[in-house]
Design a binder for this molecule. Structure first.
Ligand SMILES: Nc1ncnc2c1ncn2[C@@H]1O[C@H](COP(=O)(O)OP(=O)(O)OP(=O)(O)O)[C@@H](O)[C@H]1O
Ligand SMILES: [Mg+2]
Length: 441
């Protein structure tokens, strides 16, 4: 499998040992992840493909043998190397019985470590390739996609229903809601997953080239066409063609797409011979195609062809119950990626994230967490989040109030939030101090 570095997860409550192991293993060109407890290890295992687990036995709270037992059940093919301080026969027996592949007794030399790791990884290469994990603890998790809301569950249900057939799917949703991820989930969870998934951003290809890029062209079809070329349709043969931002496709191309969908055949630019294609089309849009139809920018007949199955991905603000899971996922992901360890988020910071209205949806949430992970050390606190997230008006539960009142309420709230610091409050409100003083009076 190429030159991918193997991922090794190190679990020990002793930071010094963790770092020593890390240094040794990195010098042997492995990629390492560190966890100081079994709980942290479980988080990493859930989201990361680990080639080898190395764990200590004695740790406060949950001990390493329990981790090995758990891993043996859930990741049976992952080799597990146990480090033990007790070279007794009984102890060793217990270690092996728990499902460990091998054990190493403390103290050990770098060479002993190297040998044990190599031995374990060889037993790894003999094993069958591990299937992508569909997390069984939260059943509504699908490869990379997670969520807990009813809306999310609905999307998962539709994915299940369409993944094994070639019905055309139209995915609609605001920018950053996860449309492409949905398309990929349909393709990769279904029975055509071994065939190609080809994504085309319709808006990114110049109009005069789109047709040639989609359907291919023959030599001499236009200036610069020096050879016969296949297009995206041919490239996706047997699999999925994902037409992103379909609303931006010019009308001339829309007509050709309609024909491709109706007849299941396409014609290269410059050719008169039609060829059969066998693909599933998934299209996505963040604009309202119905509006485009009214403006005559989008063909109605194509719209109906595309919407055999429709998936509406709601904006994040309409499914806030997904926020904690998403935050958790991104905190783990970027913690491991940037800091090589697990990070946490304080309940206050999470609350701020839950109150915000997320105009940029999940992509915005991901960016903010990514930034916060880099800025903080260990725990993400409110101070690590961008200022504009922190001030949100809760509308009164009963009836509405005049704008003037609302403004007063809001100014007071901002002021309270910055501990009465008028300069800071004025800065956030983007008014000068005098205006602020007037408003307070
Ligand atoms: N349910 C989810 N679970 C985990 N990550 C998600 C989920 N939905 C979206 N994301 C992440 O959010 C980001 C944006 O998703 P994606 O690119 O699929 O959105 P999009 O709707 O295609 O956006 P755009 O319209 O801007 O192209 C990606 O990094 C994606 O991995
Ligand atoms: Mg997209």
């Amino acid at each position: 499998m190429g030159l991918r570095k193997e991922n090794i997860l190190l679990v020990d409550d002793d930071i010094d040992i963790l770092e020593l192991l890390q240094r040794h293993l990195q010098s042997m060109d492995y990629h390492t992840y560190k966890a100081v407890s079994v709980k942290e290890a479980l988080y990493i295992l859930k989201d990361t493909y680990i080639d080898l687990l190395i764990t200590d036995i004695q740790m406060p709270e949950v001990d390493g043998l329990q981790l090995v037992k758990f891993a043996d059940e859930h990741y049976p093919e992952m080799p597990k190397l146990v480090i033990t301080g007790y070279p007794s026969v009984d102890g060793a027996l217990e270690v092996i019985k728990s499902g460990a592949t091998d054990y190493l007794t403390k103290p050990f030399t770098k060479d002993e470590l190297k040998l044990a790791v190599q031995k374990s990884l060889v037993s790894d290469s003999k094993r069958k390739k591990r299937q992508p994990i569909i997390d069984s603890t939260t059943s509504n998790s699908y490869a990379d996609m997670i969520g807990a809301s009813e809306a999310f569950q609905k999307i998962m249900d539709i994915i299940d229903r369409v993944k094994n057939n070639k019905a055309t799917v139209l995915i609609q949703g605001e920018s950053g809601t996860g449309k492409e991820l949905v398309a990929r989930a349909i393709h990769y969870s279904g029975k055509f997953s071994r065939a190609p998934f080809v994504a085309v951003h319709c808006g990114a290809i110049p109009e005069n080239l789109l047709e040639a890029e989609l359907f291919g062209y023959t030599k001499g079809a236009f200036t610069g066409a020096n050879e016969n070329r296949s297009g995206f349709f041919q490239a996706a043969q047997g699999g999925t063609l994902f037409l992103d931002e379909i609303g931006t496709a010019p009308l001339s191309v829309q007509m050709k797409l309609l024909r491709a969908l109706q007849e299941k055949e396409i014609t290269k630019v410059g050719s008169r011979k039609a060829e059969k294609v066998d693909i599933r089309i998934i299209a996505a849009t963040n604009s309202s195609l119905l509006e485009d139809i009214k403006k005559k920018d989008f063909r109605e007949d194509l719209y109906y062809r595309l919407t055999v199955v429709e998936i509406n991905v709601p904006p994040l603000r309409e499914r806030k119950s997904d926020i904690p899971l998403l935050v958790d996922k991104f905190v783990q992901k970027y913690g491991v990626e940037y800091k090589d360890r697990l990070m946490r988020i304080s309940p206050d910071a999470l609350q701020v994230l839950q109150r915000y209205h997320w105009p940029g949806n999940i992509r915005e949430l991901e960016n903010i967490i990514q930034r916060a992970v880099i800025m903080c050390d260990g725990t993400i606190n409110v101070k690590d989040l961008p200022e504009n997230l922190k001030y949100k008006i809760d509308f009164p539960a009963t009836g509405f109030i005049p704008l003037r009142e609302m403004e007063k309420e809001y100014v007071k709230r901002v002021l309270a939030n910055v501990g009465g610091n008028k300069t800071k409050a004025a800065e956030i409100l983007q008014i000068d101090r005098k205006t602020l003083r007037d408003k307070l009076n």
